[in-house]
Design a protein. Structure first.
Length: 458
């Protein structure tokens, strides 16, 4: 898959797990990672009596033996409750088992510098293995009770934080809606102002046209009066001068025709002036109506904006979250069950001579033998455990579907030439239906003696 495809999927998964805390996310990650075959395994190169190169895997459950070219599927395994003593001399490691009838389990390391590391890992894992299967001390019980109370307190604080976050998001959405509405009202007000401005410009234009028409009408009237005066003067002159009668008649006819044209023009101008006066009255009426609507719209917008702003200011939420760090006191075990021996060895014998352990579920404990802890649960605790189990199974089913989908997508994009040896082995195990837990269950089905003999024959 390309980095862009991974980035897209990571963003999607992050949005799905956004309500979870960092501790919860890390725990869910470890729950998935622990199912991997190489999870929690420290590998060291060793050889057996036949000089066969093998891998020693030190885990929290016990010691696993792997082939040189396969670190995924162990060939045999020995749990810590089967091991009584671990020691080394030079490169030789000797592991004494609880069953005294079984011969010692011997292997050889390839580097002296890692012997002490192997011994320390064996000691620490055995100590933790046995400590987990003993009843909790009073100090541990108190620490667990404090951790439970602290977890409940953090859950309550987170629930409060989520409620406040939702209220704040709601307030932000309301504020956004109010701002959007306010912007819309502002836009409508600007549109109304533009309409009013255009109506004022139209009114001014009508006034200018009316003034021009009035001037033209006055000019026409002046010309008509002038020609009328001239006609009267010519008529008087006609009466005085008879011998210019023909010329004067011609002038009179011309003057009458011109006066007729001017009269028609005058009537036309008067009709246009009357039409402009009517249009001016209509424009004034439209202006008064637009002004009234604008004033009404502004008053209504101011009232609505004031009410909305008062409502928003009452819903302001201040979110404060405090992060407390949980300090866990260091654990000390006063009754140590492991004694170091002088020759570079460690005695893993418990305080009793024989270890009495009971079998438990493999998928939940990854082992079959553990001590039985007797305790009594109330009805409320049983109901809480049932609810937690139901919720866990639901989340596990959903996570399994997501992982299966991702695996299918990766299979489609996989390049055969770029596959490593681990990829090939993992694909073979998946096709065979083998898992980490089924492999360990098969290996532990045989007796300890048979497993030791199988190791020596490798």
């Amino acid at each position: 898959m390309t980095p862009e495809m991974w980035e897209e999927r990571i963003k999607t998964w992050y949005m799905d797990h956004e309500p979870m805390t960092r501790d919860e996310v890390e725990m869910e990650y470890l729950k998935i990672a622990q199912d991997l075959d190489m999870y929690g395994v420290n590998y060291f190169p060793i050889t057996n009596k036949n000089k066969t190169k093998l891998w020693l895997g030190v885990t929290a459950i016990g010691l696993n033996i792997y082939e040189e070219n396969n670190k995924l599927s162990p060939r045999t395994t020995f749990q810590w409750n089967e091991i009584r003593h671990v020691s080394f001399d030079d490169k030789k490691f000797t592991i004494r088992l609880v069953d005294t009838k079984v011969s010692n389990f011997i292997f050889y390391s390839q580097d002296l510098h890692i012997n002490k590391m192997i011994l320390d890992l064996c000691k620490g894992n055995h100590d933790l293995y046995m400590r987990r299967r003993k009843p909790d001390t009073m100090e541990i019980q108190q620490m667990k009770a404090q951790a439970k109370e602290e977890k409940q307190r953090r859950q309550q604080e987170r629930a409060k934080f989520l409620r406040e976050k939702k209220l704040r998001e709601k307030a932000e959405r309301e504020r956004y809606e109010l701002q959007k509405r306010y912007d819309h009202l502002q836009e409508e007000m600007h549109m109304a102002s533009d309409a009013l401005r255009r109506s004022e410009e139209t009114k001014e234009l009508y006034f200018e046209k009316s003034r021009v028409n009035e001037e033209q009408m006055q000019l026409t009237e002046f010309k008509a009066h002038h020609f009328k005066t001239e006609m009267d003067r010519l008529r008087e002159r006609q009466m005085k001068i008879e011998h210019e009668k023909m010329d004067l008649e011609k002038k009179i006819r011309d003057a009458d025709f011109y006066v007729h044209q001017l009269t028609v023009e005058k009537d036309k101008r008067e009709a246009e002036a009357e039409k402009l006066r009517k249009e001016l009255q209509c424009a004034q009426l439209a202006e008064r109506e637009a002004t009234a609507r604008l004033l009404n719209f502004i008053n209504h917008g101011r009232k609505t904006s004031t009410d909305s702003l008062v409502a928003v200011s009452g819903n302001t939420v201040v979110v404060s979250a405090t992060n407390t760090a949980v300090s866990t006191p260091s654990l000390t075990n006063s009754n140590s069950t492991i004694d170091m021996e002088t020759a570079g060895g460690v005695d893993l014998t418990t305080s009793h001579n024989d270890l009495s352990v009971a079998k438990n579920d493999l998928c939940s404990e990854l082992i079959d033998d553990c001590e039985i802890k007797e305790f009594i649960l109330t009805d409320a605790e049983m109901e809480q455990i049932a609810n937690c189990r139901s919720e866990y199974l639901k989340k596990s089913k959903q996570m399994e579907n997501q992982l299966q989908t991702l695996r299918s997508q990766i299979e489609l994009l996989k390049i055969e030439e770029n596959q490593s040896n681990f990829d090939i082995l993992s694909d073979a195990l998946i096709k065979a239906g083998e898992t980490k837990y089924s492999t360990l269950k098969k290996l532990k089905s045989g007796s300890t003696k048979a497993r030791v003999a199988f190791f020596e024959e490798l």
